[in-house]
Design a protein. Structure first.
Length: 141
């Protein structure tokens, strides 16, 4: 069941980012779950679950899960410059954020790491800034 909590934490992150007017302006509203649609304009961001590990149990019942969520900001080209502002804004919006989503308590989002990478696909270049956020999550109802 930790996958259920994880999806609700990802939904919380997604909804939080979509509601931020500064990030919406920087990305033209292009924040997606899991992947950027093929026809989408860049830059864009995605929110996806990395992992969910149950670590707190009471008897044989899971009580708490540790959830990791990636937020990836991507654009075409070979420079990080066009997406640095959006990546900074993602962190400003999410760091230490807490709340509830679909009956799951998001205890506190904390950035674990950031990764930067470039890729070439079908003759086109892309750059990515990926930030991984960690939180404990548990059923709030």
């Amino acid at each position: 069941m930790s996958g259920v909590e994880a999806q609700k934490v990802a939904a919380f992150v997604f909804d939080t980012l979509k509601a931020d007017p500064t990030l919406t302006s920087l990305l033209g509203g292009r924040v997606y779950r899991d992947r950027v649609p093929a026809a989408a304009t860049l830059p864009a961001a995605t929110v996806g679950v990395v992992a969910a590990t149950d670590f707190g149990t009471l008897g044989a019942v899971r009580v708490v899960s540790m959830v990791l969520v990636d937020v990836r900001v991507v654009t075409s080209g070979s420079s990080y410059g066009p997406i640095n502002g959006a990546a900074d804004r993602v962190d400003a919006v999410l760091q230490n954020r807490r709340g509830t989503s679909g009956g799951v308590e998001v205890v506190e989002l904390r950035r674990d790491q950031a990764q930067l990478y470039q890729e070439d696909e079908a003759g086109a270049s892309f750059v990515h800034i990926v930030q991984t956020y960690r939180t404990e999550a548990y059923a709030s109802n």
